[in-house]
Design a protein around this ligand. Structure first.
Ligand code: ARG
Length: 504
């Protein structure tokens, strides 16, 4: 397994996940964390937007307001967006073909430097957008400064997030599909494996283990549907909205949208640069999905205990105890259950971030990135672990069967039998209750009571009753769509496979 282990840094960007700064700029806040009265880092006008300023940004403020420490994660998408924007400017005769060719060559060089880890990220340049643009200009000269024609960082950042989240959503959907196909194979192998089904965590009725696994499949299937649906709203293009009102240049947004693979264009410039509801929707789906993974984790943890002894999971998902030599702890499912909490937390962060922002862009929005990154990393890591772990659990078939025998799981079957013989359900319920009480007294299952013992509670009971008291009989009797009869579970697996294919 090669899970994304860390949630705080992007494993894909190990080379450049830290801000390695210009020689004279410190990446961290000044030691005392207080604004210094004498700004020392930059002269007035050094920043790319410094024209109207008479005083340099305080070094603390520069570090406090910068996002480059984390938004460099968008570098590839930022450059992809810039190349499309430049191409559109050429198509619309806003820049010349020569200018745009030079700009695109330069942007490709910037990308190579970033990928090679040789790029010098600067705090003074605030964010990924200005770092890239500044480097572009130092490579290609003044023409680099024309790239920002007809756009703003406001529509640029909104575009970057969407391009990045679209890609991450696709990765997550692919992981979900892998996990679900693993579950289909597991269910297929165990349509006839019997376990107790629970309500209130008390033995209720026998079910097929495959049926239980298919319940997990259904949860994950809806999670996949939700993500596929949300992807359509992620995949709308803000670019062209500029700062908030659009641009005075004769741009053609359909060109950029097509180049970037967006399926639609944000229809209102104020909304486009401002709202992050697509990210909230994603995080909300992620929360529901983590809730499902957490429930599955809880079951695995319980089932692995000596008291249940229902399943084993491969050793690679467990750890031992430093003091108790006998222990094999289910660390991976426990961690996934724990990590669910932080994804819920990120959802609350994003909802709260947006709740009182007036239109259009506000700097608050810079705070959208870290929660979203953490949510994506946590979810991706959890799914990587689950895609390998869950389909590889091994049920202890005998132990599950014994547990089912212990819980009078066929009591409802006996009641249904009596109803078919003309006894009213309430009366049948009473009869079976008496039979169960006798079983408990004698320490035996219903199927171990003699015919005479059973008949003392109702003369409607005949000698065919034992066909209905076996676990196999109980399962086979629930023979309808969605029921636990083994042939229904087999059919559910076939249907599941076909439904899963529709996502691919
Ligand atoms: N770093 C900013 C963010 O993440 C980019 C947009 C900045 N726009 C601005 N007008 N200051 O949101």
């Amino acid at each position: 397994m090669n899970a994304n282990s860390s949630n705080s840094s992007n494993p894909k960007q190990d080379n450049n996940s830290r801000v390695s700064v210009d020689s004279n700029i410190d990446a961290s806040y000044p030691d005392n964390h207080m604004p210094s009265s004498q700004p020392e880092n930059s002269a007035p006008g050094q920043q790319m937007w410094g024209g109207r300023f008479s005083e340099a940004t305080d070094s603390f403020v520069a570090a406090f307001t910068a996002s480059v420490g984390f938004d460099q994660r968008f570098a590839r998408h930022d450059i992809e967006g810039s190349i499309a924007h430049a191409t559109m400017l050429k198509e619309c005769d806003i820049l010349t073909a020569d200018e745009v060719a030079t700009i695109i060559d330069g942007l490709q060089q910037v990308l190579r430097e970033i990928e090679a880890g040789t790029f010098n990220w600067s705090i003074t340049l605030e964010d990924v957008h200005m770092n890239v643009e500044s480097r572009l200009t130092s490579i290609v000269g003044a023409v680099g400064k024309k790239l920002h024609t007809g756009r703003s960082r406001n529509d640029q950042v909104a575009t970057d997030i969407r391009l990045w989240l679209r890609e991450e959503t696709d990765n997550i959907i692919a992981l979900l599909i892998r996990l679900q196909s693993g579950l289909l194979s597991l269910a297929e192998q165990h349509t006839d494996t019997i376990m107790p089904g629970f309500t209130h965590l008390q033995t209720a009725q026998p079910v097929s283990f495959g049926h239980h696994v298919m319940a997990w499949f259904e949860m994950l299937y809806r999670d996949t549907q939700r993500l596929v649906d949300t992807r359509r709203r992620i995949n709308q293009m803000p670019l062209g909205s500029a700062a908030l009102a659009g641009t005075t240049f004769p741009i053609d947004r359909t060109i950029t949208a097509e180049l970037l693979g967006f399926e639609g264009i944000c229809q209102n410039s104020l909304d486009a640069v401002s709202d992050r509801d697509f990210a909230i929707e994603f995080t909300s789906n992620a929360s529901i999905l983590m809730m499902h993974l957490s429930r599955m984790s809880e079951e695995i943890i319980l089932w692995m205990s000596a008291q249940f002894n229902f399943v084993q999971i491969p050793d690679r998902f467990c750890t031992g105890s430093s003091i108790m030599p006998q222990k094999k702890n289910p660390d991976v499912p426990e961690l996934v259950r724990g990590k669910t909490a932080r994804v819920y937390g990120q959802l609350m962060t994003l909802l709260s971030l947006m709740k009182n922002q007036p239109l259009a862009y506000n700097k608050d929005n810079q705070e959208d990135k870290e929660p979203l990154f953490d949510c994506v990393d946590t979810l991706t890591g959890s799914l990587l672990a689950f895609a390998d772990m869950l389909p590889n659990i091994t049920p202890n078939i005998e132990a599950m069967r014994e547990a089912t025998m212990k819980g009078y799981a066929t009591a409802t079957d006996l009641a249904d039998y009596l109803v078919r013989r003309g006894v009213a359900f309430r009366d049948a319920h009473e009869v079976v209750g008496n039979a169960v009480a006798l079983g408990i007294k004698e320490g035996v299952d219903l199927s171990d009571l003699s015919l005479a013992q059973l008949q003392q509670f109702s003369d409607a009971i005949g000698d065919d009753v034992f066909d209905y008291l076996t676990l196999e009989g109980s399962l086979a009797a629930r023979d309808h769509l969605g029921g636990t009869a083994p042939n229904q579970v087999k059919q559910a697996v076939i249907n599941g496979r076909a439904r899963l294919k529709a996502f691919a």
